[in-house]
Design a protein around this ligand. Structure first.
Ligand SMILES: [Mg+2]
Length: 418
């Protein structure tokens, strides 16, 4: 290559040319039956006698049954014929009580259509009816399901559809109402390298990373649970300005002894799957942060305990060992959460398109819409409807499936390290 030539060619409209050429005769050999060791080796050993080349191989095993598809060039060398190859493959298959089908054609697989997305479906359980509804909706957008595989059977059934031929946004807007109507969770993300690139995940804390609302834990110690809970609910529904409601709730805590902070830290209950999610993301090289309209007195502790990269929240003012009923510094509110996501992303060196935000409340909405993928986690309806995707099962690690990580990979990584 001369110095004047670019190292990478620009995208070309020409179809890719296979080493075997686009128009040469090829055979699709499909084997189906009870799986056992040696089937793949046996098939290719049989084919090797005809000096054919491999164009493509796909194999799946489901409940002990194998489907093995081999696309190979038709035999030409040594005077052997396609008829001989067919007879030999059928006789090999019969000897192993397998079914064989051989289909003649030309060239490689048709290239997948443009507009490629991954559609992850989470069901608890995943019914045939809801699978039919999702598949039909994909078809109605002009999309084609090219591949399907299971990501997880625990704690939910998660399957991923590789879809081509329609836009990611179009699929998202078609599938979101369908999913809500039939009680499954559906996430649509664009296919491509960015899905595997290093990312940043930023989570809300109250009712997302943890099962509690931290201010309610403080309120229990101050004996004002009912008053605080009422204000929190109204704020989360978007009926109250967050900052006003924060000041009103914190004022109710005035005079509490600072020793309550340690008690509250010990009372915080992580959401099921939270540790698995964070541990797996860290192993994958993701950076993980939290932003909270709650308090640094708790989020700093969570950051330390969970090995988080970023944490930001409001700070309860303490004077002479007592909470004053005020917060200090800038308020982390709805706009603040989105701002923090941007600043964490800048610090982590991750483009916003490769960030994931997870939250449940109205004050998470800006953050969810700023992120490349916004996940409403067991969220209020107003949040669920506005987010890119919603998870409505109470397991935080299901977010991994939206990123294409399988349960097997999670468990294998745990087995290797622990
Ligand atoms: Mg929350």
């Amino acid at each position: 290559m001369s110095a004047s030539q670019p190292l990478e060619s620009s995208p070309s409209p020409e179809p890719p040319v296979t080493p075997q050429g686009p128009d040469i005769p090829t055979l699709l050999v499909k084997i189906f039956g009870k799986d056992r060791p040696g089937i793949t080796a046996g098939l290719f050993d049989t084919l090797a006698a005809y000096s054919v080349d491999v164009v493509d191989i796909e194999q799946v095993v489901t409940r002990g049954r194998i489907v093995l598809c081999a696309l190979v060039t038709a035999p030409t060398a040594g005077g052997t014929t396609e008829g001989d190859l067919r007879a030999t493959v059928h006789s090999w298959a019969e000897s192993l009580k397998l079914q064989a089908e051989i289909i003649s054609g030309t060239g490689d697989n048709r290239p997948r259509g443009y507009g490629r997305s991954h559609v992850t479906v989470l069901g608890h359980p995943l019914t045939a009816e809801s699978t039919a509804a999702i598949a039909a909706r994909i078809t109605s957008t002009g999309g084609n399901i090219d591949r399907v595989f299971r990501l997880a059977k625990y704690p939910v059934t998660a399957v991923e559809f590789a879809v081509s031929g329609t836009g990611t946004e179009e699929l998202r807007s078609a599938l979101a109402p369908e999913a809500a109507g039939i009680g499954v969770d559906v996430a649509v993300v664009s296919a491509g390298l960015s899905r595997r690139a290093q990312r940043l995940v930023v989570m809300d804390v109250d009712s997302t990373l943890i099962q509690d609302e931290v201010i309610e834990l403080f309120a229990a110690h101050a004996g004002c649970e009912a008053e605080v809970a009422e204000v929190t609910e109204r704020a989360m529904r978007g009926e109250l300005d967050f900052e006003q409601s924060l000041h009103a709730r914190v004022a109710l805590l005035a005079g509490l002894d600072v020793s309550v902070v340690d008690k509250v830290r010990s009372e915080v209950r992580l959401t099921p799957g939270a540790r698995t999610l964070i541990r797996t993301l860290k192993r994958l090289g993701y950076q993980v942060g939290v932003v909270s309209g709650g308090f640094t007195q708790v989020t700093d502790d969570l950051k330390e305990r969970l090995g988080l990269d970023f944490a930001s929240a409001n700070t309860l003012e303490v004077v002479d060992g007592k909470l004053t009923g005020r917060v200090t510094g800038d308020i982390v509110d709805r706009a603040g959460k989105a701002r923090l996501l941007r600043s964490f992303a800048a610090e982590a060196g991750v483009p916003l398109a490769q960030t994931v935000a997870i939250g449940d409340g109205a004050n998470d909405l800006d953050m969810l819409n700023t992120a490349g993928l916004g996940v409403a986690f067991n969220a209020k309806p107003v949040v669920r409807e506005a987010a890119h995707t919603a998870v409505n099962v109470p397991f935080l690690d299901t977010v991994l499936y939206l990123l294409g990580v399988t349960r097997e990979e999670v468990e294998a990584a745990d087995g290797l390290v622990e």
